[in-house]
Design a protein around this ligand. Structure first.
Ligand SMILES: NC(=O)c1ccc[n+]([C@@H]2O[C@H](COP(=O)([O-])OP(=O)(O)OC[C@H]3O[C@@H](n4cnc5c(N)ncnc54)[C@H](OP(=O)(O)O)[C@@H]3O)[C@@H](O)[C@H]2O)c1
Length: 268
């Protein structure tokens, strides 16, 4: 089966491509680097020829309110139109547990708009709602800075390893469309401030994390259980302490410009 993975070079996308390939599927990674741009439409018609499934695990380059809304609306419209022409039978998109409860946030308004377009289209679909990735805990600190301190609400969440997210997405991509939402999450619950504090300590990041009930998550106020999946959520296996000991917890190496990369390789 030909499965096109939009955002196939990203954190989740590269793992989805690898997992689908290992299970004998023809997984094609599509992103601007490979000449496929869902915002401009470049390369879309060509890459979708003969595809049975499209997995959209792309993300916007800018999370500013207007920019992120424009990205997800334009990209999703272009995708769905081209999928209809190519007779694609299943559109799978990755979104976030609790998205519908987070409309105070510009980022989540964009994800709500993305999901609405998918639900209203003629293409059979599955929307995967995942909880926060362990790999995103430092990013969560970065977007929650107030002065030099990280302010986070001490509410519950159930984060998961990116590898388990990719397994969940790949499994759904090879199954029948559910025409609804499937929730996936991690095996353990934590307080948001507590886990971000532990992650920063593991990175020897000196920033202090303050438990602040007034603090917002990406601009949205959170209740005790806003970020938790419901009872039918499918749970990944990787526990936080095991992930911390694994290579996946190492910070990604900074991308080098190609000339510098060539020099670095020559130097060994
Ligand atoms: N962070 C979390 O905790 C969390 C939780 C649940 C769900 N999610 C969702 O997971 C999804 C994937 O996140 P991620 O962290 O894996 O993303 P990521 O690593 O930032 O990767 C984003 C991908 O999108 C591609 N892309 C950007 N602009 C594009 C365009 N115009 N056309 C085609 N592809 C484009 C990028 O290509 P280049 O590399 O070429 O730029 C890259 O492959 C997001 O939709 C997010 O909402 C995130």
């Amino acid at each position: 089966m030909k499965i096109v993975v939009i955002g196939g070079t990203g954190l989740i996308g590269s793992k989805v491509v690898q997992k689908l390939g290992a299970h004998g599927q023809q997984a094609v990674a599509a992103s601007p680097d490979s000449g496929v741009n869902t915002v401009t439409g470049e390369g879309l018609a060509e890459v979708l020829k003969g595809a049975s499934v499209v997995v959209d695990v792309s993300n916007a380059p800018s999370w500013e309110d207007a920019a992120v809304l424009k990205f997800f609306e334009t990209s999703t419209r272009n995708l769905l139109t081209n999928e209809a022409t190519a007779a694609v039978g299943h559109h799978v998109a990755l979104s976030v547990v609790g998205t519908d409860r987070l409309s105070e946030s510009g980022y989540f308004r964009a994800k709500i708009a993305q999901e609405k377009l998918i639900k209203e289209s003629s293409i059979p679909y599955s929307i995967v709602h995942a909880t926060q990735f362990f790999e995103f805990l430092k990013g969560l600190a970065d977007i929650s800075l107030d002065g030099d301190k990280v302010h986070l609400p001490p509410v519950l969440f159930q984060p998961m390893a990116a590898d388990d997210v990719a397994s969940g997405v790949a499994r759904i991509a090879v199954g029948p469309p559910v025409n609804g939402i499937v929730e996936i999450g991690g095996p353990e619950q934590f307080r948001v401030d507590e886990l971000v504090r532990r992650r920063l300590a593991s990175l020897k990041d000196p920033r202090e994390v303050i438990a602040d009930p007034q603090a917002r998550y990406s601009g949205a106020e959170l209740g005790e259980r806003t970020l938790l999946p419901g009872n039918n959520g499918r749970l990944g296996e990787t526990r936080f302490e095991d992930w911390l000991k694994s290579p996946a917890s190492q910070p990604p190496k900074a991308k080098l410009p190609s000339a510098a990369a060539a020099t670095a390789t020559k130097r060994g």
